[in-house]
Structure formats: C-alpha cells, structure tokens
Design a binder for this molecule. Structure first.
Ligand code: SF4
Length: 376
C-alpha cells in the first residue's frame, strides 16, 4: 500500500458561522468539544503508523477551542506521531481566537506553519462576510504569531464579495503585503446554496457578486503580488508563495497523492480508494465511542477516473504536469487518453504543451473550471 503523504485533522467548531460558509462546522460548545477531542484521539490511534510528511489541522476554527482542549489535541498528536519527521505542521487560526499563550502552545508542540483567516482588511467586507473579527484583530493576531516565533505564516483573503470594488481589493492586497507573510491564498467568493449569504442575495438585500469583477480581481492579485519586488510566485490558481514556502500539504491534494483525514466529514484517499467519515459531529462521536468505524462512505475510483482527476488537479498548479509524470502516476499515456482534447484546447490558446509539459495558459487560467471539464 502507498504511504499517505499528509494527515488532515478536522476541527468542526467556530465561534460563530460566517455568512458565506458551507464547511462542516458548528458553533463551539465546550462539552461537545471535549468529547470530540477524545474521539479524535481514538481515531488517530488507528492511523498513527504512517510516516506523514505534513499534518494540517483545519476546520472550522481549531483555535476556537480553549487552550486546554488545544493542548489535549496537540499532545495526542505528539505522542502518536513522530512530529520531528513532519516537514510541515499547519494549524488554521482565525483572528479573534488567538493570544500569546495559545501561540506559545502551538509553537511548543511543533506546529511550524499557521494559516490565518484574515479574509479582508475592510470593515465593510468583514461585516458582510459575517466574520467575528475586525481589521485590528487581524493585525494583532498576525503580530502575536510573528512574536510567537512563527516564520511561516500564510494569510487567506476572499475577493469578489458583493459590493467590493477593485479599489477595495487593491487595499486588501496592499494590507497583505504590509504584513509580509510567507504565503497568501486569495479565494474567489462562491455563493453556496443554503448559506445566509445566498438567502440575502435571493431576497435582494445583498447584490449578487459580479463575475466579471471577480475575474478582474484575480488578474489584479496576480499582477500585484508576483512582481519581483513583492517576491511571491503564483503557483496554484488561488495561491502565492515566497521561495520555499509553498503549502506542501495542499500540494499532496493537487498531485492527487495519498492522504489520510480524521474527524467529522474528513476524507481519506489511499491507492485510488476514497473514503469519508460521517459528517454529523454527534454521530461521529457516537460511532467512535461505540467502537465503530466513523467511515460511512467509500469508493474505489476506476483507473480512467483516477487519471482524469490527476490531470484536473495538476492543472490547478501553474507548473502543470509532465507527460511522463502523468504516465507514472496513472499508468496511461496523456496523448492516448486526451490527444484530441489537448489539440483543441491548445488551438484555442487555453492550454500549452511545451517540452512535454501540459499546463494552463494565462487565458486558460481565467476559465480554469471550464477547461478542466473538457477532461472528464
Ligand atoms: S470561520 Fe471558517 S469554517 Fe468557521 S464559519 Fe467562518 S468560514 Fe466557516
């Protein structure tokens, strides 16, 4: 069996739900959190023997938990995994949920990368997105983490929210550059069904995001962050990194390599078999407490589908994929499977094939979703 590269640990708690969010999380409750951590500890026991290169604790908001709960979780990880062998150990943090004592704890337990969910420096944007924090909280959180000794900080920004102008977005990008993080993720806002934001838009209280404006904002992010003076490489559709600071954990997903996920709703992918845990937090806890597997879904991907997913994920990265790597990973020849599609997309200028490397062109990058659909 292939060894999974990364371990994802899901913490499904937040202080309050943001208006646009459809992630698997609910409002933090101390009694559920403590049972959840105990359940995670048990699940961890079953997956601890792999030599993970990366660990990613995401959510939700892991730092919505108390310092004591966080300590219990990190201690369980330290005693189960050889954290010295882990190259990248990330925790997601939200402004308003971190202080010097929690930052010191993360550092002490071997966490070496933080992903900070700033999303916007605009108070208007933060209100619309339903975030719990202010601009000031974001600046304070960033300096608390820097002062806590973290030299690998990533910040998340969201663009294209209703009413956001290109100037607002430029101000967010400038605000990010002022902090000088090692990594920036810039995600386009998606209006997900069933979220408060979707309801506000449907009722006419909030404007629908403008897709053309969103495209201009992605272009702006690339032109703003990547000049030599700013030092960021655009390495994935939504991600920018300084030298040596690309997110190794996410690269596992984009290379369609094996990974393990634990916690409510977490997905694992091993040797072409995808499984996922029950999503509901209380049902997850109940299954683990009853000694049952939390997995409620599993599928083995047919080789062709695995190959298609490998290609679509690889095209998210600006480096694309080499023909020989595609063959090594999937057992198929890129040309045999997709020769006609590749020729057509090359002719339209949406992808390029140079020196046996297939990648999106700049034009293709801005319509990436529809390009990728061609490979299904
Ligand atoms: S903090 Fe993140 S996970 Fe929690 S509600 Fe907001 S967007 Fe969703």
């Amino acid at each position: 069996m292939t060894q999974p590269n990364g371990l994802y640990i899901h913490i499904p708690f937040c202080i309050k739900r943001c208006s646009y969010c459809d992630f698997n999380s609910s409002v933090y409750q101390a009694d559920t959190a403590s049972r959840y951590i105990a359940a995670l500890g048990k699940e961890l026991g079953g997956v601890k023997d792999f030599p993970y290169k990366t660990v990613y604790i995401g959510g939700g908001t892991p730092t919505a938990m108390s310092k004591k709960e966080l300590d219990e979780l990190l201690s369980a990880i330290s005693s189960s995994l050889n954290t010295r062998r882990i190259r990248e150990y990330t925790v997601e943090v939200n402004p308003g949920t971190i202080n010097a004592r929690k930052a010191a704890l993360l550092k002490e337990r071997g966490v070496n990368r933080i992903s900070l969910g700033i999303q916007s420096f605009s108070e208007k944007g933060l209100r619309l997105l339903g975030r719990i924090h202010s601009r000031r909280d974001s600046l304070d959180a960033f300096s608390t983490l820097r002062e806590g000794g973290f030299n690998n900080l990533s910040i998340d920004l969201i663009f294209g929210w209703p009413g956001q102008s290109l100037k607002d977005w430029e101000e967010d990008l400038s605000g990010a550059l002022e902090l000088d993080p090692e990594h920036i993720s810039a995600y386009c806002l998606a209006v997900e069904r069933g979220t408060p934001l979707a309801r506000q838009i449907r009722s006419g209280r909030v404007l629908r995001p403008d897709e053309a404006a969103q495209l201009d904002m992605l272009k702006k992010a690339i032109s703003f962050l990547t000049p030599a003076r700013n030092g960021y490489t655009h390495y994935e559709i939504s991600n920018f990194a300084k030298k040596g600071r690309r997110c190794l954990h996410n690269i596992t997903y984009w290379k369609n390599l094996s990974y393990m996920g634990i916690g409510a709703g977490a997905v694992s992918y091993l040797d072409g078999r995808r499984t996922s845990n029950v999503k509901d937090i209380l049902r997850y806890i109940a299954r683990i407490e009853a000694g049952k597997s939390p997995k409620t879904f599993g599928e083995r991907l047919a080789p062709r589908r695995r190959a298609a997913e490998t290609l679509m994920m690889a095209l998210r990265m600006t480096s694309g994929i080499k023909e020989e790597d595609f063959t090594r990973r999937t057992g198929f020849s890129l040309r045999e499977l997709y020769g006609d599609v590749i020729d057509g997309l090359c002719e339209s200028g949406l992808i390029s094939m140079k020196r046996q490397r297939l990648r999106l062109t700049r034009k293709g990058l801005f319509v990436a979703d529809s390009v990728m659909m061609e490979f299904i």
